[in-house]
Each structure stands twice: as C-alpha cells, then as structure tokens.
Design a protein around this ligand. Structure first.
Ligand code: AVJ
Length: 324
C-alpha cells in the first residue's frame, strides 16, 4: 500500500493513465492502483476494520491458524518475498513460524517507501528485513538475485489482490512470477471466495460510507496531484455484483451532465448524467478455480486453507519442474 505524492516520473505515468482512461469513447475507467495514496491507504485500513468487510480479518485468521502447517510444508532455509507488503501485519505469523527453525530473510516489495519503513519497524524482531522499493515483478527479480545457496523462496501474494486483475491477466501475471522462481519454490496466494450477494454488496457499500470515500478519493487525488477540478459531490459511489463474471465492480456515477478539466493530463472530459467511471473489479473465486489457475501458471496447488466465518482461501502453490 502506498503513500505518495508521486515523484515527477511517476506523476507523468499517472497523468497518461488518467488521460487514457477518461479521454475515450465508451466506458471510462481509472486504474485501482491509484487508490492508495496516504489518504486512500488510511481509508482502506479503516475499511478493513468495518464489520461489513470481513476480507482482511479472514486473511489474517487463516494465516494465523495455519502458519505452523505452512512452515512444515517448506524445507529450510527459506527467504520470504511479499508482493505489496503494506504494513506486513499478517506476515508476522508466517515469519514467526519459519524462524523457529532458522533465521529468515524477508523482502517486502512495495512502491511505497512509507509502507516499507513500517514493515521494517514492525518485523525486524522476527526476520532480517530487506525492503525492496519496486513494482511487483521488478521487485521479485531483484529479491531473487540476492538468494543464498540452498535457499528456497516463499512468495506471499495476500489479501486477494490477485482479484483486482482481469481474469484473463491473472495466469499471465502468475506465469511471470513463476518464471523468476525455481522448481520447488512456493507461492502463498490469498483469494476471497464467492459468497452471498447481499454480504458482498454490503462489504463494498458500507453504511458509514467509508468505501464511498475510498472510491471518491481517486477524484480528489486527481485534483490534488494533476490539477483536476472534479466537484466530488457531483459523483456517487456505486458497487455492483456482476454475477456472470463473479466480481464486485466499483464505479463513480456522474450525478449530472458536467465537464471536468484535468490540467496536467491535458484533457477536458464530458460526463452525461448517470455515466460512470469504472474504478475497480474485485473478482471472487471458487477453490477449484484457484487450483486450475495455479496449474495454468506452472504451479501445483498442494494445500488450501479456508476461513469458515468469511469464506476466504489461502492456497499454497509449488513451482513445478517446467515453466509454461
Ligand atoms: C485490496 C484487493 C483487498 O478488492 O476487496 C476494498 C480493495 N476495494 N474495498 C478488495 C477494496 C474496496 C480490496 N483489496
């Protein structure tokens, strides 16, 4: 999770992605990656405390309950990599279980320096923390280059972040991770499972409006960092469950006909009343689907642990002998 403001180079990437997503015919979009500036990160942390949003607590519970069994599945020594480490809270259970056998190296990978500093502060007592400030794949490349002889790698991809990818892009991304690993290395993948529609829509449209603020912050961030003039009250948060795609879609719906200028993206954008910006997809999974996804990405799924209170799965994938 991040804590920008963007550096000048990253800012021009942000500007061009905003331009590409909004200055277009048809459905307007914005990448969900940009939710996580300091304000968005704090709002997401609040979401994870809401009774309606059980995902983060379920992730934490399954890991905590099964960390010992997970460690028993892996030979020693192990180096742990984490994609999008955030504050590293759930990671403590895994590092503790592994470090009962041997000292563990932990490479949190995040684009946010604030998140990495937090990880180092929180986890230095249980592991040798080596922060890697990079995108996911670049970070994996860098971390594996520091591998010690005989060391196995366990990569963590938790919190159902994989659910934010398009389904067609999930296997492709995991293949890229697999290509950087060796046979026998492991990937622990957290996925939110399908549940009743009412539970899911409430989780993404909570009565306090925290998720609405999280979604709308994307427009406020464009105003702050790219010189936009969005009137925030002119848009409404919307969370829809798409049953055939098995995903929650978050949108920002224009309440009226309006035009918005975004100085640093060099665009003027017209909205019709009711028109939306699609900001996030949060895919939900079946257990068998995760096993299939693993197989298509060059991994074998050897264990799956599920939280009963809030259906959520942790799947342990082992890199196979051949890449795909
Ligand atoms: C960060 C992937 C866990 O998709 O559920 C929370 C982000 N979006 N509420 C998710 C989010 C709306 C979230 N993850």
């Amino acid at each position: 999770m991040s804590a920008q403001p963007c550096t000048p180079l990253a800012l021009s990437v942000f500007a061009s992605e905003v331009q590409a997503g909004l200055a277009t015919e048809g459905q307007k979009t914005l990448p969900c990656r940009y939710f996580y500036d300091d304000v968005g990160t704090a709002l997401f942390q609040t979401i994870s405390l809401l009774p309606e949003y059980g995902l983060t607590r379920a992730d934490d519970r399954v890991i905590r309950a099964n960390a010992g069994e997970l460690a028993a599945c892996l030979p020693s020594p192990v180096a742990v990599l984490e994609l999008g480490s955030g504050t590293g809270r759930k990671t403590r259970w895994i590092l503790e279980a592994l470090s009962a056998r041997a000292r563990v190296a932990y490479y949190p990978i995040d684009v946010s320096l604030t998140a990495l500093q937090c990880c180092r502060r929180e986890l230095s007592d249980v592991a040798g923390v080596v922060p890697v400030e990079a995108s996911y794949l670049e970070g994996v490349t860098r971390a594996v280059s520091l591998r010690k002889p005989r060391e196995r790698i366990l990569t963590l991809f938790l919190g159902s972040t994989i659910g934010n990818f398009e389904r067609s892009e999930m296997a492709q991304f995991l293949q890229e991770v697999r290509a950087r690993l060796r046979p026998g290395d492991a990937l622990l993948l957290g996925t939110d499972l399908d549940k009743s529609e009412s539970r899911m829509t409430l989780a993404y449209d909570d009565p306090l409006g925290v998720t609405a603020a999280f979604n709308l912050n994307l427009l406020a961030r464009i105003n702050r960092e790219l010189g936009g003039d969005f009137v925030i009250q002119g848009f409404a948060h919307q969370a829809l469950y798409n049953r055939s795609e098995r995903r929650i879609e978050m949108h920002l719906r224009s309440r009226c006909d309006q035009e918005v200028f975004i100085r640093d993206a060099g665009i003027a954008v017209r909205f019709r009343a009711g028109e939306t910006i699609w900001t996030e997809s949060s895919h939900k999974f079946e257990l068998s689907e995760v096993r299939r996804l693993a197989a298509h990405s060059g991994f074998n799924c050897v264990r799956q642990w599920v939280d009963q209170e809030w259906p959520f799965a942790e799947s342990l994938l082992i890199a196979g002998a051949t890449r795909v």
